[in-house]
Design a protein around this ligand. Structure first.
Ligand code: PMP
Length: 405
């Protein structure tokens, strides 16, 4: 008989590491598809378009031109300068090339920011949105800081209540994470919200801000605005943006962070981890930022059409109500009544039955942190899917609900 395997213990840090359930559900969906199931998937948050041709050509040119070695950890000068100009212009800010660091996606900057302003086990607090991108809470925990959720309320179009926000700030608060346009609700912080947040933070000068603005180009409800452009906010705000969502480059792994004080710190993190982002992807991203924007503009226009399509259709399904999201490519319908009709105890039970009984793959609110008390049950649709898939997926959802009426 072989002995049970014993291995040395893992760290508390390793054990506290969370995950992004989109990837877990995606693996489930792929397994079902391999077994021959017909699934319409709304799980994964990435554009369903190819990377624009001019960007592809720039990458091929980089490979052929021998641009394959390491780059400085902060990125190639050309891309830092282009990203600084572009990020600054779209926010009405003066951002210097030296303030910008290029990373292997926007995601690593979440960890770098938390690790750079909090100390392990010191009781340092980080305020972050719930529902929200699951990596925030995972990295707060893995870095030994204290997660302090701020709830986004359906009644406020998925923004938080500024008074509730101020009540969460303590002497131990080191960082506030904001995300606009927002994953998973598609909500946007409006000018009045940003004014209120800036006003509150002016009374708490010890707090950093991580402004996750990866969806900044996918804002439909009015112009995109950044907290960093409010008086006194630029130096204490880490602006995070990237190539993934705007130019359909999720797998190329290029993100940007801009902050004068933290840029050298982030650079050192990258020297300690990735060394640099892929040089080939950096030249491609330079073309994405500085070249013709018709590809990005066409994708944005298409997402807007699909938003209107999916929100319209969702609101015809019994037991489902869906607010019109202001940005990104996510719809976040309230399915409390649909759960009741179909006998599902909660959104996660509904999600599982939609997958196995209706052939529709979505994510549930619990994949984005805990549920907001009093706000009921929600599921997330990424509508970066073809209009045909959207029609067929919502038809299946509707038929599933009606089978139980
Ligand atoms: N922030 C948010 C809110 C996101 O939704 C995502 C991607 N799903 C990221 C950051 C990470 O983007 P990237 O591909 O640039 O790492």
């Amino acid at each position: 008989m072989s002995k049970p395997m014993t291995a040395p213990k893992l760290s508390r840090r390793a054990e506290s590491l969370g995950t992004e359930n989109a990837f877990v559900v995606l693996a489930e969906v792929n397994a079902l598809v391999r077994q021959g199931s017909d699934i319409v998937s709304f799980c994964i948050g990435q554009p369903d378009f190819p990377t624009p041709k001019n960007v592809q050509a720039a990458a091929i040119g980089a490979i052929r031109g021998g641009k394959h070695g390491y780059t400085p950890s902060a990125g190639i000068d050309e891309l830092r300068a282009a990203a600084a100009k572009d990020m600054g212009a779209r926010r009405g800010l003066d951002i210097r090339p030296d303030d910008v660091v290029v990373g292997a996606g926007a995601k690593p900057f979440i960890a770098y920011a938390i690790a750079s302003v909090t100390d392990y086990g010191a009781g340092d607090e980080v305020i972050y949105p719930v529902p929200g991108f699951p990596i925030y809470e995972s990295q707060i925990n893995a870095n030994g800081a204290v997660p302090v959720p701020i709830f986004l309320r359906e009644s406020r179009d998925f923004a938080f209540d500024p008074a509730e926000f101020e009540a969460k700030i303590t002497a131990q608060t080191k960082l506030v994470i904001l995300n606009t346009p927002h994953n998973p609700t598609g909500g946007m912080l409006q000018a009045a919200d940003l004014d209120a947040v800036a006003d509150i933070l002016s009374r708490h000068p010890h707090v950093w801000v991580f402004a996750d603005e990866i969806y900044s180009r996918l804002a439909y409800a009015g112009a995109f605005e950044s907290l960093a452009a409010r008086p006194g906010m630029q130096d204490r705000t880490i602006i995070c943006d990237g190539a993934s969502k705007t130019w359909a480059m999720t797998g190329w792994r290029i993100g940007f962070a801009a902050n004068r004080i933290l840029a050298p710190v982030f650079t050192r993190w990258i020297t300690n981890t990735d060394s640099c982002a892929s040089q080939i992807s950096q030249w491609a991203a330079l073309e994405a930022v500085t070249g013709p924007q018709n590809g990005a503009d066409a994708m944005r226009a298409s997402f807007l059409e699909r938003r209107d399509l999916i929100v319209g259709l969702l609101n015809t399904v019994p037991g489902v109500t869906c607010k019109t999201p202001g940005g990104a490519f996510y719809a976040w319908p309230n399915v409390t009544e649909a759960c009741r009709i179909t006998g599902c105890t909660d959104s996660e039970a509904l999600r599982k039955r939609l997958l196995t009984e209706a052939g529709v793959a979505v994510l549930a609110d619990i994949h984005f942190g805990r549920r907001v008390p009093g706000d009921g049950q929600h599921i997330r649709f990424s509508y970066a899917a073809s209009p045909k898939a959207i029609r067929s997926g919502i038809d299946r959802l509707e038929a599933f609900v009606r089978r139980h009426m």
